[in-house]
Write a protein that binds this ligand. Structure first.
Ligand code: NI
Length: 164
Protein backbone atom coordinates (compact mmCIF):
# COMPACT_ATOMS: atom_id res chain seq x y z
CA UNK A 1 0.00 0.00 0.00
CA UNK A 2 1.42 3.33 -1.06
CA UNK A 3 -0.23 6.60 -0.21
CA UNK A 4 1.11 9.35 -2.45
CA UNK A 5 1.26 13.03 -1.55
CA UNK A 6 -1.67 14.94 -3.06
CA UNK A 7 -0.73 18.17 -4.79
CA UNK A 8 -2.59 21.27 -3.73
CA UNK A 9 -3.94 23.97 -5.97
CA UNK A 10 -2.41 26.25 -7.34
CA UNK A 11 0.39 23.79 -8.11
CA UNK A 12 1.01 24.24 -11.84
CA UNK A 13 0.67 20.49 -12.43
CA UNK A 14 -3.03 20.84 -11.59
CA UNK A 15 -3.40 23.41 -14.35
CA UNK A 16 -1.79 21.45 -17.19
CA UNK A 17 -3.45 19.26 -19.80
CA UNK A 18 -2.44 15.61 -19.45
CA UNK A 19 -1.04 13.24 -22.07
CA UNK A 20 -2.81 10.02 -23.08
CA UNK A 21 -1.57 6.79 -21.56
CA UNK A 22 0.32 5.21 -24.47
CA UNK A 23 0.41 1.68 -23.11
CA UNK A 24 -0.90 -0.09 -20.03
CA UNK A 25 2.38 -1.12 -18.51
CA UNK A 26 3.27 -2.49 -15.08
CA UNK A 27 4.11 1.10 -14.08
CA UNK A 28 0.58 2.21 -14.97
CA UNK A 29 -0.78 -0.68 -12.89
CA UNK A 30 1.31 0.43 -9.94
CA UNK A 31 0.25 4.05 -10.41
CA UNK A 32 -3.43 3.04 -10.46
CA UNK A 33 -3.07 0.92 -7.32
CA UNK A 34 -1.25 3.75 -5.54
CA UNK A 35 -3.90 6.23 -6.66
CA UNK A 36 -6.64 4.02 -5.21
CA UNK A 37 -4.70 3.65 -1.93
CA UNK A 38 -4.27 7.43 -1.85
CA UNK A 39 -7.94 8.09 -2.61
CA UNK A 40 -9.20 5.71 0.09
CA UNK A 41 -6.73 7.11 2.63
CA UNK A 42 -7.61 10.75 1.89
CA UNK A 43 -10.55 9.83 2.20
CA UNK A 44 -12.10 10.65 -1.15
CA UNK A 45 -14.25 9.22 -3.90
CA UNK A 46 -12.17 10.23 -6.89
CA UNK A 47 -8.56 11.07 -7.74
CA UNK A 48 -6.93 12.05 -11.01
CA UNK A 49 -3.34 11.48 -12.18
CA UNK A 50 -2.22 15.12 -12.01
CA UNK A 51 -3.26 15.29 -8.34
CA UNK A 52 -0.34 12.97 -7.59
CA UNK A 53 1.95 14.59 -10.15
CA UNK A 54 1.31 12.06 -12.96
CA UNK A 55 0.34 14.18 -15.96
CA UNK A 56 -1.44 11.29 -17.64
CA UNK A 57 -5.05 10.74 -18.64
CA UNK A 58 -6.00 8.39 -15.83
CA UNK A 59 -8.35 8.73 -12.90
CA UNK A 60 -9.76 6.45 -10.25
CA UNK A 61 -13.14 6.66 -8.60
CA UNK A 62 -15.28 4.77 -6.14
CA UNK A 63 -18.59 6.40 -5.37
CA UNK A 64 -20.02 3.67 -3.12
CA UNK A 65 -17.34 2.79 -0.60
CA UNK A 66 -18.27 5.37 2.01
CA UNK A 67 -21.73 3.80 2.30
CA UNK A 68 -21.14 0.17 1.37
CA UNK A 69 -18.84 -2.18 -0.48
CA UNK A 70 -15.94 -0.88 -2.56
CA UNK A 71 -16.45 -0.51 -6.31
CA UNK A 72 -13.17 0.89 -7.64
CA UNK A 73 -12.96 2.06 -11.24
CA UNK A 74 -9.66 2.78 -12.97
CA UNK A 75 -10.41 4.93 -16.01
CA UNK A 76 -7.58 5.20 -18.53
CA UNK A 77 -7.85 7.60 -21.48
CA UNK A 78 -11.48 8.42 -20.67
CA UNK A 79 -13.72 10.23 -23.13
CA UNK A 80 -17.07 11.82 -22.44
CA UNK A 81 -19.10 10.69 -25.46
CA UNK A 82 -22.33 12.41 -24.49
CA UNK A 83 -23.58 14.88 -21.90
CA UNK A 84 -27.26 15.33 -21.03
CA UNK A 85 -28.79 18.72 -21.66
CA UNK A 86 -30.27 18.49 -18.20
CA UNK A 87 -27.95 20.16 -15.72
CA UNK A 88 -27.66 19.78 -11.99
CA UNK A 89 -25.94 22.01 -9.45
CA UNK A 90 -24.43 20.56 -6.31
CA UNK A 91 -21.64 21.03 -3.79
CA UNK A 92 -18.22 19.66 -4.72
CA UNK A 93 -14.99 19.39 -2.83
CA UNK A 94 -11.58 18.48 -4.21
CA UNK A 95 -8.70 16.74 -2.46
CA UNK A 96 -6.38 19.31 -4.02
CA UNK A 97 -8.40 22.22 -2.60
CA UNK A 98 -8.95 21.00 0.96
CA UNK A 99 -11.55 22.68 3.10
CA UNK A 100 -13.41 24.32 0.24
CA UNK A 101 -16.78 23.27 -1.10
CA UNK A 102 -18.18 25.02 -4.15
CA UNK A 103 -21.48 24.82 -5.99
CA UNK A 104 -20.81 23.48 -9.49
CA UNK A 105 -23.26 22.98 -12.36
CA UNK A 106 -22.74 19.91 -14.51
CA UNK A 107 -24.57 17.56 -16.86
CA UNK A 108 -26.91 15.28 -14.91
CA UNK A 109 -25.92 12.24 -17.01
CA UNK A 110 -23.01 11.33 -19.27
CA UNK A 111 -21.79 8.46 -21.37
CA UNK A 112 -18.20 7.68 -20.46
CA UNK A 113 -15.79 5.56 -22.47
CA UNK A 114 -12.64 4.41 -20.81
CA UNK A 115 -10.07 1.64 -20.88
CA UNK A 116 -9.50 -0.40 -17.76
CA UNK A 117 -6.28 -1.93 -16.48
CA UNK A 118 -7.34 -5.13 -18.29
CA UNK A 119 -7.06 -3.27 -21.59
CA UNK A 120 -10.79 -3.52 -22.26
CA UNK A 121 -12.53 -0.35 -23.44
CA UNK A 122 -16.01 0.15 -22.05
CA UNK A 123 -18.89 2.57 -22.54
CA UNK A 124 -21.03 3.27 -19.53
CA UNK A 125 -23.95 5.60 -18.88
CA UNK A 126 -23.47 7.39 -15.58
CA UNK A 127 -26.04 9.32 -13.60
CA UNK A 128 -26.30 10.86 -10.15
CA UNK A 129 -23.10 11.19 -8.17
CA UNK A 130 -21.26 8.83 -10.55
CA UNK A 131 -21.80 11.32 -13.39
CA UNK A 132 -20.72 14.28 -11.26
CA UNK A 133 -17.62 12.56 -9.92
CA UNK A 134 -16.52 11.38 -13.37
CA UNK A 135 -16.90 14.91 -14.81
CA UNK A 136 -14.93 16.37 -11.89
CA UNK A 137 -12.09 13.87 -12.36
CA UNK A 138 -12.18 14.23 -16.14
CA UNK A 139 -11.77 17.99 -15.73
CA UNK A 140 -8.50 17.40 -13.84
CA UNK A 141 -7.08 15.70 -16.97
CA UNK A 142 -7.61 18.95 -18.86
CA UNK A 143 -6.05 21.04 -16.10
CA UNK A 144 -9.44 22.24 -14.87
CA UNK A 145 -10.39 22.47 -11.19
CA UNK A 146 -13.66 23.44 -9.52
CA UNK A 147 -12.57 27.10 -9.29
CA UNK A 148 -12.42 27.22 -13.09
CA UNK A 149 -16.10 26.21 -13.26
CA UNK A 150 -17.30 29.11 -11.10
CA UNK A 151 -18.61 32.49 -12.22
CA UNK A 152 -16.04 35.26 -11.54
CA UNK A 153 -17.49 36.57 -8.28
CA UNK A 154 -18.04 33.12 -6.80
CA UNK A 155 -14.51 32.16 -7.84
CA UNK A 156 -12.99 35.22 -6.21
CA UNK A 157 -14.87 34.47 -2.99
CA UNK A 158 -13.87 30.79 -3.01
CA UNK A 159 -10.22 31.59 -3.69
CA UNK A 160 -10.17 34.18 -0.94
CA UNK A 161 -11.63 31.64 1.47
CA UNK A 162 -9.05 29.04 0.39
CA UNK A 163 -6.05 31.30 0.79
CA UNK A 164 -7.26 32.41 4.20
NI1 NI B 1 -10.62 17.26 -7.58
Amino acid sequence: MTVLPILRWPDHRLQSPCAPVAEITAEIGTLAADMLDTMYAAPGRGLAGPQVGALLRIFVMDTTWKDGPRSPRVCINPEILWRSETLVAGPEGCLSIPGITTEITRAAAIRLRWTGLDGVTRDEDLTGFDAICAQHEYDHLDGIVTFDRLPPLARAQAEAEYIA
